[in-house]
Design a protein around this ligand. Structure first.
Ligand code: ATP
Length: 456
């Protein structure tokens, strides 16, 4: 009996102790709950404050505002700015770091080209593709702006002239384009930049396609990681990162990599109201898909300019051959086509001498044709970002245009085998698959949600 009495006394004591502990935990819970409410409210207020801060960036009373508006018309022949352009330019003109996320064709280039004209010294533009730089430099030359690039093909004389201009106060050079490889691999060029910085002539660092820094993005480029040292080496130089496609996770990663945790972030809407998205079931027989496409191109898009995207070079050649056999004049474009032939095809298409280009993704960045009325994906893209960007080459003139994807399950497997080694490769393909399969949702809404926009 004594044994039981003893156990009962111990049990009561333990229960008392637990009650005391529960009381104290309940009190702690209540106080944490209260603190949580307070912290939520502080954060809400500070984000409202930073919204306020952002609001001031769209003002036109900065010391450079008059000059900015004047040059916008006189040099670029632009009468009104698009959403987020003024904010971005004001932030970067204030020497603050900024990232601008704006859809393809939205007008990101103006956001650094115009500030480059208004600033002393040289704007360094890091861009992933030489062809992209060439297009921009050609366009700048047409506006009478002195811009050039340094890449592996530059002659000794050219390198010398650029290096002189980097330090020469009276030089007219405003924009210098380089690839990330150039920065990562040429110590000599970094040393020149250091001198340019010391001379107070390094006015701004622009990083085009800034999502390439992050492994979580769809287009990671190892040399972009090197850009992380730029802020440490040139702390006074404002960084402007540009991208058409970046999820929140990618943006956070990019901020970390570039050492710009407090950069301003501007995001233009991804909705392109003039683009109409459609998904069609792809017949299993190749010829059947082609005859559907011929019908589309011949009837719905008669005499109109467009692009047909294919999965592989082989596929693009087969589609080109079939379309031609069915009487449609097309040009084929992929990475293995000789450079001269590629630029001929591109020019003929720009001049509307060829209406349809059948291409792989090699026909991509830097395409700026206003009247592309349709983009057809003969096979699905490898990610929603790619799909959005490729489709976005339609309708730059803001006229109605169609973006059609041919979808069948077998193509998901094909894509998966190509991307499974990439960090988020499979997830990206499944994202496209779910976009294609979800017939209950509006396509535009699915795209908006993918890019983190609220949509009804
Ligand atoms: N405010 C504006 N008003 C009218 N046209 C503009 C304006 N801003 C830019 N543009 C024009 O829009 C077109 C696309 O601009 P830009 O090439 O800068 O786009 P982008 O955002 O860099 O696209 P991409 O992602 O393909 O590089 C250009 O022809 C440019 O001249």
């Amino acid at each position: 009996m004594d044994v039981y009495r003893k156990e009962l006394a111990d049990t009561k004591q333990e229960l008392d102790t637990i009650s005391i502990e529960i009381d104290s935990l309940l009190q702690r819970q209540a106080s944490l709950q209260q603190r949580k409410t307070e912290l939520d409210s502080i954060l809400r207020q500070s984000s409202a404050k930073s919204d306020d801060n952002d609001k001031k960036w769209d003002k036109q009373d900065f010391e450079w505002s008059n000059n900015l508006l004047a040059k916008m018309g006189s040099v670029f022949n632009i009468q009104t700015l698009r959403p987020m352009q003024l904010q971005t330019m004001n932030v970067t003109m204030s020497c603050k770091d900024c990232m601008l996320i704006m859809p393809t064709g939205g007008g990101k280039s103006l956001c650094f080209q115009l500030p480059a004209l208004l600033s002393k010294g040289i704007t360094l533009v890091v861009s992933p593709l030489v062809s992209l730089m060439e297009d921009q430099i050609m366009a700048l030359e047409r506006f009478g702006i002195d811009a050039t690039k340094l890449d592996a093909s530059a002659s000794k004389e050219k390198v010398k002239a650029v290096q002189e201009a980097m330090l020469d106060k009276s030089a007219s050079l405003k924009l210098l384009y380089v690839t990330p490889e150039k920065l990562a691999k040429s110590k000599r060029f970094m040393a020149k930049l250091e001198k340019m910085y010391q001379a107070g002539r390094f006015s701004r660092l622009v990083i085009d396609e800034v999502h390439c820094c992050s492994q979580w993005g769809h287009d990671f480029r190892p040399d972009y990681k090197f850009l992380g040292i730029m802020k440490r080496q040139f702390p006074e130089v404002p960084i402007l990162g540009l991208t058409a496609t970046a999820t929140t996770k990618v943006l956070e990663d990019v901020k970390k990599i570039l050492n710009i945790p407090n950069c301003h972030l501007f995001k233009a809407s991804f909705n392109r109201p003039n683009l109409f998205y459609e998904v069609k079931a792809k017949p299993s027989a190749f010829k059947e898909t082609i005859s559907e496409m011929v019908e589309l191109i011949d009837k719905r898009f008669r005499n109109q300019s467009g692009i047909v995207y294919c999965f592989t070079q082989k596929e693009s050649e087969e589609v080109t051959r079939e379309l031609r056999q069915q009487g449609i004049k097309t040009g084929c474009y992929h990475a293995s086509i000789p450079a001269k032939q590629k630029s001929q095809i591109h020019e003929m298409w720009l001049a509307d001498k060829i209406l349809v280009i059948v291409a792989t993704v090699a026909f991509g960045m830097g395409i700026d044709k206003p009247n592309v009325r349709f983009v057809i994906h003969h096979s699905i893209s490898k990610s929603m970002e790619n799909l959005y960007q490729e489709s976005g080459r339609a309708g730059r003139d803001e006229q109605r245009s169609d973006c059609i994807v041919y979808y069948r399950f077998a193509d998901v497997f094909k894509q998966s085998t190509m991307v499974f080694t990439e960090q988020t490769g499979l997830d990206n393909v499944y994202g496209v698959m779910s976009y294609c399969l979800d017939i209950s949702k509006c396509r535009r809404a699915s795209i908006a949600r993918h890019f983190g926009e609220l949509w009804g």
